[in-house]
Design a protein around this ligand. Structure first.
Ligand code: CLR
Length: 370
């Protein structure tokens, strides 16, 4: 791993090798014999593994530990909640395009990681079924929990439910937050290109103040433009919505006030109505008029939520939805809570290497493994 001259860790910018081609292996031919089995009982060609264990995958939750530290440094509990929510989303960003099965550690196996600002220890507490427990701590927070991934085949997809609760504590504020992670789905097991999606709702509860953040990870099932999108609210102890959170788990999370959100929704509604109204109007009017109108509407719309400019429909692209053009999803007066760093080259194409105990972690943020 690279280290710069002044001893500041830089980390690797590229993984050693690209993934072996999986074209020759039919995932389906392997998985069809596994229906109903739990994850650890599935024996797969090793080319379908990634050279990491579940314990190391769990350490990736910590990639944006700075967001959690930032949360702990906020004086106001609502501000702390919004950064905890950003941390919960950031912890899932590394799952994008990660299609290999991590190795199931043996019972009692541990993995430790120490960074300047925190340390984490993970232990496999059950081998069949696989259950991993972890505990991370720093001067500002404790973060711990256990993950028991349950796998289910549903037609042409594999669905993974990472059951288990995770907890964040801020000792300084005497606060405890808990949530459970969303489901993960690997699409196109039988034909087409494999791709990964996370969907469902995370409910983060601050047990000390009663604040709750609900974040919905949308499924792109109904519309490609929902691909990877996350949206939700922070509610106070009386269930009153106080903040709107939005973004993409692959890219960023922002937040804005309810006033700005409501104003935006009204504009959207007005836009929809005008569009509808124009559509019927245009049917009777000439083409010129319609062009003029749509031009007017476009400029109006760009004030609010800018949609992805282009996306092709899933069916045209090997079953892979596309809407991830660099969109500027932006509501007025929003604050950016977290944004995803670019990944090192080859990181979505995990190279195959036999599992050893000193394999390098994937992310360059993982500086000094102990
Ligand atoms: C044959 C191939 C397609 C099967 C590959 C299955 C892979 C993609 C599955 C197997 C186990 C899964 C992991 C199990 C548990 C978790 C913890 C959760 O908090 C985030 C998702 C994450 C990290 C899952 C990501 C997807 C995963 C790695």
């Amino acid at each position: 791993m690279a280290e710069s001259t002044d001893n500041e860790y830089i980390g690797r910018l590229k993984l050693p090798a690209p993934m072996l081609s999986r074209k020759k292996i039919s995932v389906w031919s392997v998985l069809k014999n596994c229906i109903g089995k739990d994850l650890s009982k599935i024996t797969m060609p090793v080319e379908l593994n990634e050279p990491l264990s579940f314990l190391q995958r769990i350490c990736e939750y910590m990639e944006y530990a700075n967001v959690l530290t930032h949360a702990a440094h906020q004086d106001n509990s609502v501000d702390r909640m919004k950064y905890v929510a950003a941390f919960a989303v950031s912890a899932l960003a590394s799952n994008l395009d990660r299609l290999g099965k991590p190795f199931n550690p043996i019972l009692g196996e541990t993995y430790e990681l120490q960074r300047d600002d925190y340390r984490i220890v993970c232990e496999q507490v059950s081998h069949h079924p696989p259950i991993s427990a972890f505990h991370a701590e720093s001067n500002d927070f404790n973060f711990y929990g256990s993950i028991n991934p349950k796998i289910k085949f549903s037609g042409k997809n594999v669905e993974i439910r990472p059951t288990g609760v995770v907890t964040v504590e801020f000792p300084k504020w005497n606060e405890t937050y808990t949530w459970s992670n969303v489901n993960c789905c690997v699409h196109n097991i039988i034909v087409g290109k494999l791709w990964i999606e996370q969907y469902g709702t995370i409910e983060i509860t601050n047990h000390s103040t009663g604040h709750v953040a609900t974040l919905t990870f949308k499924s792109s099932g109904l519309s490609d433009k929902d691909l990877y999108r996350v949206e939700g609210f922070v509610k106070d102890e009386n269930q009153q919505k106080i903040l709107f959170l939005y973004g993409k788990w692959t890219k960023f999370l922002k937040c804005c006030s309810m006033e700005d959100y409501e104003e935006h929704m009204q504009q959207e509604k007005k836009f929809e109505e005008e569009k509808h109204c124009n559509a019927s109007h245009n049917a009777t009017q000439g083409k010129m008029f319609s062009k003029l109108n749509s031009f007017k509407l476009d400029s109006f719309r760009s004030l609010s939520l800018q949609e992805d400019k282009e996306f092709t429909h899933s069916d045209t692209n090997d079953g892979l939805p596309r809407s991830d053009s660099d969109m500027s999803l932006n509501l007025p007066n929003s604050i950016l809570l977290w944004s995803c760093r670019p990944r090192p080259a080859n990181s979505s194409e995990i190279p195959f290497a036999p599992p050893t105990h000193d394999y390098d972690p994937i992310y360059y943020v993982w500086s000094r493994a102990i």
